[in-house]
Design a protein around this ligand. Sequence first.
Ligand code: IVH
Length: 707
Amino acid sequence: MPGDISVERLTEAQAKAELARLAEALAEADAAYHTDDAPVMSDAAYDALKARNRAIEARFPALKRADSPSERVGAAPAEGFAKTRHAQRMLSLGNAFSAEDVAEFDARIRRYLGLSDDAPLAYTSEPKIDGLSLSLRYEHGRLVQAATRGDGEVGENVTANARTIKDIPETLAGAPVILEVRGEVYMSHEDFEALNARQAAAGAKSFANPRNGAAGSLRQLDAKITAARPLRFFAYGWGEISAPLSDTQMGAIDRLAALGFVTNPLTRLCDGPDALLAQYREIEQARATLGYDIDGVVYKINDLDLQARLGFRSTTPRWAIAHKFPAELAWTRLEAIDIQVGRTGALSPVARLAPVTVGGVVVRNATLHNEDYIAGRAATGGTIREGRDIRVGDWVQVYRAGDVIPKIADVDLAKRPDDAAPYVFPTTCPDCGSEAVREPGDAVRRCVGGLICPAQAVERLKHFVSRAAFDIEGLGAKQVEAFYRDGWITEPADIFTLRDRYGPGCLTQLKNREGWGEKSAKNLFEAIEEKRKIPFGRLLFALGIRHVGEQASTLIARNYGTWGDFTEAMDSARDMDGPEWERLLGIDGVGAVMATSLVQAMTEPHERAGIDRLVAHLEVEAAAAPDTSGSPVAGKTVVFTGTLERMTRAEAKARAEALGAKVAGSVSARTDILIAGPGAGSKAKKAADLGVEVIDEAAWLALIGAA
Ligand code: IVH
């Protein structure tokens, strides 16, 4: 390790060589962290390397490199690839982890479609490939573009690289004029081993697992490098198409195979949950012999008309699910329990572990959820781990489920040290000293410090600048922490007044800060300026209101359209008997808990003042409702009542919303149309009293062109 010789004793030649090594190691760590989402070192190790780099530069200023890590904040986002907007969004899949989840998936679909338990309903099942998804666009049978998923809306144009993959045909005979083929790029175990051997021989870094190997190879700016890396591709779906491939999923897969794509040979047709589970077990059995990584089995509704009727939630289809394999496990020692204070004040215990490899990734931290979890008590009053508590010094079993934070499953009492004491959960905030209280029914203990608690303030700021929120380049978690510590930024509004408050000297002051240079400082202010214009949904999510996540923020923004209408509606929604409260609850995906939290945050005077201070510096873009041009019901508020005969309530609501209508739960003066089926009662009467238009289901279907 470069840390071996003390900086004072380095010769100039050694210092030069080490600065080069450090620049490379830190650039790699940045890229792994920011671009690949796969950290290769702990924060502490990273900080230590940065500190050493600075110390060497301080001693040998002349050796400071043009690409010095001290001049860099965060990582450049995979610059170099052009961004490209997907004609149709690339979505992800919901997860199932058990047979019950699979049964519920089937039941949910039946409920949505209004099918009885015994109506036939066919699915396909196929392995879930652990690679990265790619969308291939063919026009007139020629490959014109290949794009990574990116954030689902905008990906990276990797066409030149994709052309080097031999499973990807350059031309297709007999394909629809426009055909976007979607599938997974992956690397076989054999090719992965060989690649790592070559990397080692060349003194280059090796890849942690085939997925990283595939990602690193596909996202090479030099397509020649990609060409030398043996990538493969399974086709399993499609995006925009000018003509349907088939009327079933299976038919479409066969068609893709006939066009020359490689499709997975373990794809099967199944007639229900039992057959899906049998197929799951078979694929799980075969897993070790496949020669490539899979992390579960994907189930899809076979009938494409039904897929279309089922449609999508905000980021996942209703007609498909990923049944994940159980997580990988490892045992290690619990070295300490730290308490982190979250942006809502929640005290979260974090396990500090002796480093251990779980499923190809080194794990040092894991979540311990809450005090009951540590004590072995379940929220329901029962026990977890048969009541075994977790103590510092214990041997614990760590697992990773998907990409989420590692967790601790179990503890080995036989290996418990004699002096291990039960963990005492703090009842005061470790950060601000305020009391930490646990409300009845809440599993979590929360610091009551609110806005005075520095930990909460910092976490809120970190959330505010995070990727799905304001995403200000150059202003990440680390920078926010430093700015907060020095009193430069204490609330979101401060970000947008930073430049004015520090006046023309601001650049110089910033430059004098550790880790900042002339260029990064300038870039930061430009990045902040860019984000003064912000979509409504992002702003709402960025506020970090408890229970209001990314999806909900989008839904809410779409529902209210503009920030002004929204804040007005929130003010009125304080009246829980009033129509605005009803309207909020009527949004699909907004429940009473979320609604309460939202209205509280938006109307509590201090909170609201902070929000208003922020918004004063912003231009909030109205939420783009789904494209409903030409929809006869766009902007109308409709209410369904009574029995619907041609579709379920959920489907009716989703379709109406897709056409730009607002679906409310109760009739008011704002209601435009009441759709009344047989058995309609008080709502129909109220509508009549208010002079609201009342139509039946058939008339509604005719109106929306679905009769
Ligand atoms: S279908 C609209 N099928 O898993 C749903 N995805 O967790 C489109 N994946 O982003 C996905 N194997 O990258 C589908 N046989 C398969 C898959 C598969 C792997 C990946 C894909 C997707 C992710 C979702």
